[in-house]
Design a protein around this ligand. Structure first.
Ligand code: SF4
Length: 305
């Protein structure tokens, strides 16, 4: 059982020397996730930034890695789970040597391109872990907008313009609630700034058979226009401003890990990132800023109630 950061295994499952950007929030989360789960894991990766981790013939993983198209990672996970079950049934693998099946995917695959396959896997009650590194855009191809890009952010396809001075005009999809409607046994949001919370949630999830889903706040230095060494500070600020609620749903019952007595203004989070700079310069977009703060306040008002 991992209770504090000191309980993390020293041994790395994801070793150094990858081609990802320095400070990549997603890479940090995958590293910790795999550390907590151990090495009896087979990871299924939907095409995205993390695909750069394992490029034949090189891999930083000590466990297996299976790369598939963006739309089909949960379907591939089903095939692997079925194969493992059959091998155990035939006595070719001992039950104690069974592997955990883990999907690692970006928010584009999770919210848009692969949502259908994820919905199917949840419906079939597939026994797997599903980790989304949510960097709020299609970062692997230059940071185009995804269904997870937040209102008011600038992406390569939602630049601020005369007609849309706020940048992205749509709201971020609520993946947590989309999943919750499918009634999986476990869902959680996690953050690279709250590792102990993340460890506790992975441990808790492992008690359940069926879909175990995680949405990870994943600051992306080039896409969010931040310095590599600002990733953890920014992730902490997202929780302190209430932009990124840390929560879990066990059999549909939602509980929050942190409820701030006094939240910091959302502006403090936005100002740390170049992708929101147009909201402050050359002129302050007061209405847009109030709208963003209002959405966060509305969320927490329901939680506190
Ligand atoms: S573009 Fe962003 S998500 Fe992709 S590797 Fe770089 S930091 Fe990570």
């Amino acid at each position: 059982m991992t209770k504090t950061i000191r309980d993390l295994p020293i041994e790395e499952s994801l070793t150094s020397g990858t081609m990802l950007c320095a400070g990549c929030g997603g890479a940090l989360l995958v590293r910790i996730f795999e550390k907590v789960l151990g090495q009896n894991v087979v990871t299924v990766n939907a095409a995205g930034c993390m695909s750069m981790l394992s490029v034949f013939p090189l891999t930083p993983f000590k466990s297996s890695w299976f790369y598939v198209a963006m739309a089909s990672a949960p379907a591939a996970a089903q095939g692997i789970r079925d194969a493992l079950d059959m091998l155990i049934k035939k006595g070719k693998i001992k039950p104690e040597n069974d592997l955990k099946v883990v999907v690692v995917t970006g928010d584009g695959a999770a919210s848009d391109i692969g949502l259908q396959a994820t919905s199917g896997a949840m419906h079939r009650k597939l026994d797997f872990y599903y980790l989304v590194y949510d960097n709020e855009g299609y970062s692997n191809t230059g940071f185009q907008a995804s269904g997870s890009s937040p209102y008011g952010s600038s992406t390569k396809t939602t630049h601020p313009s005369a007609m849309t001075p706020q940048g992205t005009i749509l709201d971020k999809k609520d993946l947590f609630e989309i999943w919750r409607a499918h009634k999986p046994p476990y869902i959680a949001t996690i953050s690279p700034a709250y590792i102990a919370d993340m460890m506790r949630k992975i441990d808790k999830a492992s008690q359940f058979a069926g879909p175990k889903l995680f949405i990870a706040h994943s600051p992306c230095p080039p896409g969010w226009d931040i310095d590599s060494d600002a990733v953890i500070r920014l992730a902490k600020m997202a929780v302190e401003t209430g932009v990124w609620p840390l929560k879990e749903a066990v059999n549909g019952e939602v509980a929050h890990s942190f409820v701030q007595k006094k939240r910091r203004p959302v502006e403090e989070y936005l100002k740390m990132q170049g992708r929101f700079e147009h909201l402050f310069k050359p002129t302050r977009q007061e209405q847009v800023l109030q709208t963003i703060q209002g959405k966060v306040d509305e969320y927490w008002a329901k939680v506190v109630k």
